[in-house]
Design a protein around this ligand. Structure first.
Ligand code: NAD
Ligand code: ZN
Length: 250
């Protein structure tokens, strides 16, 4: 493990434009299970695809039931030492962008600044009206759901509300994808943390970074499809590796 931490620090030390790419494994140590672990909160309720949500009231009921049950897990989570290590890398002037698939908002809460943060799948902090675009804090909707509302509606126009997260089958936000692509093309190191790298198009970002010549480092508990092409692979917990590697920079 010490060797892995030294090797990661050696890649971090010269880098000044790091693209940090994170997935659900970044937040498991904050108490939010990842998708692929069986028995997690995500398993208990079926996924609702975007097109079903748009056309079918029963699907919307399932969507909000799932959201009612998963939201509290996300809302009570706190950033963990790996989130803070990434914020520390930014303070040291080394971070170009933090591109995350996570919707939990924990990078921002750990101190990653908004101009560095790219949330490819949105976040769970608000809901948006699909008709008039009005935004409401997600917390307010939770109170309605708990009170028994099955499908909440926009207070202003009665339109359909949806979490500001990207559903399966829904296109990624164009601006976030553009910013992430630009970061991939201009970074001098791509550091993947806690992602299985099987969810596309998000996983195109580290692929693109590696193609333009940036060294690729992967810190993930289990193997990924990009391990074979990476410059460094550390199969360990993010919280055991990241803070130690950042501390080793001094
Ligand atoms: P994933 O669930 O496919 O993979 C997570 C990876 O992290 C796994 O390979 C696992 O081995 C690894 N891992 C787990 N704990 C770890 C730890 N402590 N340290 C290092 N690695 C660890 O996640 P994904 O690739 O990010 O894709 C899942 C999708 O689900 C994403 O699109 C995301 O939007 C969504 N999701 C988000 C959250 C969240 O916001 N926290 C949680 C679950 C799922
Ligand atoms: Zn509205």
């Amino acid at each position: 493990m010490d060797d892995a931490i030294r090797a990661l620090a050696a890649l971090l030390r010269p880098a000044t434009r790091i693209l940090v790419f994170t997935g659900a494994g970044m937040s498991t140590e904050s108490g939010i299970p990842d998708f692929r672990s069986p028995g997690g909160v995500w398993d208990r309720y079926p996924i609702v695809y975007f097109d079903e949500f748009l056309r079918d009231e029963e699907a919307r009921k399932r969507y909000w039931l799932r959201s009612r049950e998963t939201y509290p897990v996300l809302a009570r989570a706190e950033p963990n030492p790996a989130h803070y290590a990434i914020a520390e890398l930014e303070r040291r002037g080394k971070v170009l962008a933090v591109v995350t698939q996570n919707i939990d908002g924990l990078h921002a809460r750990a101190g990653t600044s908004p101009d560095k943060l790219i949330e490819l799948h949105g976040n769970n902090l608000h809901v948006v009206c699909l008709d008039c675009n009005a935004r409401t804090p997600r917390e307010a909707i939770q109170a309605e759901l708990v009170a028994g509302v099955e499908v909440p509606r926009c207070a202003r126009c009665g339109g359909l509300l949806k979490n500001t997260t990207v559903s399966f089958g829904e296109p990624l936000p164009a601006e976030a994808l553009q910013r992430a692509t630009l970061a991939a093309l201009t970074c001098d190191l791509c550091l993947v943390i806690g992602s299985s790298l099987v969810v596309y198009p998000a996983a195109d970002i580290p692929v693109l970074a590696a193609q333009q010549g940036a060294p690729l480092a992967i810190v993930n508990a289990t193997p990924t499809p990009l391990d074979a092409t990476a410059d460094l692979v550390v199969h360990a917990r993010a919280g055991a590796v990241l803070p130690a590697a950042v501390a080793a920079l001094d």
